[in-house]
Design a protein around this ligand. Structure first.
Ligand code: ZN
Length: 239
């Protein structure tokens, strides 16, 4: 990494932190960023003003500042204000999550009307779901395939070929038989490399609209994610 890009990487999170803090302390003053809104066709249930906005759904009304019910069928990517890509910025995702959960925290609504309490809770649940889904590569990929009507069965994966399954059996056996943390860590390391490689391949397939290929790769990611869990479990046993 060059010196220039590393200083850029360092500068960005700082700016984001400041922005989050600003929004946290000024939610009632400058609300345009966090109180983002949805389609111009919807109106505030409280003051009837149109909920103007661009890309992201309305959590609060800009006019009366009152919390809104969740918009129907809004994409998780839009809720989390993320690019709709498989390789989304997970740091940005987490910051957005923290930001939204702060503004939707039940404590903010304890003195408000039952309706506002209900809407804030529903919004909070939705934000949680969107965050959890987009956070992990597997659920994110599955979510991206959803509109195409493609699903990976929970238990059986017809997409996984015999050679791949054999490779997985061997890796799983190696984890079972490992006697030292070094051995397990080494398997964990190569699993991470494999997951990163698969993530890149899935991103490419999704960008090219190669959905069958993306699905097959997601099956592989699912297996390797299981290996990763198994590695963690084994390490805790050896410690
Ligand atoms: Zn309003």
């Amino acid at each position: 990494m060059t010196r220039r890009s590393s200083s850029y990487m360092k500068a960005r999170p700082l700016f984001k932190d400041r922005e989050v803090m600003y929004q946290y302390h000024h939610t009632n003053l400058d609300s345009s960023r966090i109180y983002c809104s949805a389609q111009a066709t919807t109106h505030c249930w409280n003051c009837k003003q149109p909920l103007e906005g661009e890309e992201t759904p309305a959590f609060f009304c800009l006019s009366c500042k009152v919390v809104q019910p969740p918009s129907k069928d809004v994409s998780y990517f839009k809720i989390m204000a993320c690019d709709q890509t498989f390789t989304l910025d997970t740091q940005q995702l987490q910051k957005r999550y923290i930001q939204l959960q702060r503004s939707l925290h039940p404590d903010n609504f304890s003195q408000k009307s039952p309706k506002e309490q209900e809407y804030s809770e529903k919004q909070s649940v939705l934000v949680n779901k969107a965050y959890r889904t987009l956070q992990k590569p597997l659920s994110r990929g599955l979510y991206m395939l959803l509109p195409e009507g493609m699903h990976i069965e929970a238990e059986t994966d017809p997409g996984a070929d015999a050679q791949f399954l054999l490779e997985l059996v061997e890796i799983n056996e190696a984890v079972d038989e490992a006697q030292s943390t070094e051995e397990v860590n080494s398997i964990g390391k190569s699993t991470k490399v494999k997951l990163k490689d698969l993530t890149g391949q899935i991103d490419t397939a999704l960008r090219k609209g190669q959905l069958q290929a993306a699905k097959a790769l997601l099956v592989q990611i699912k297996y390797f994610a299981n290996v990763e869990d198994k590695v963690k479990e084994k390490l805790s046993k050896l410690m």
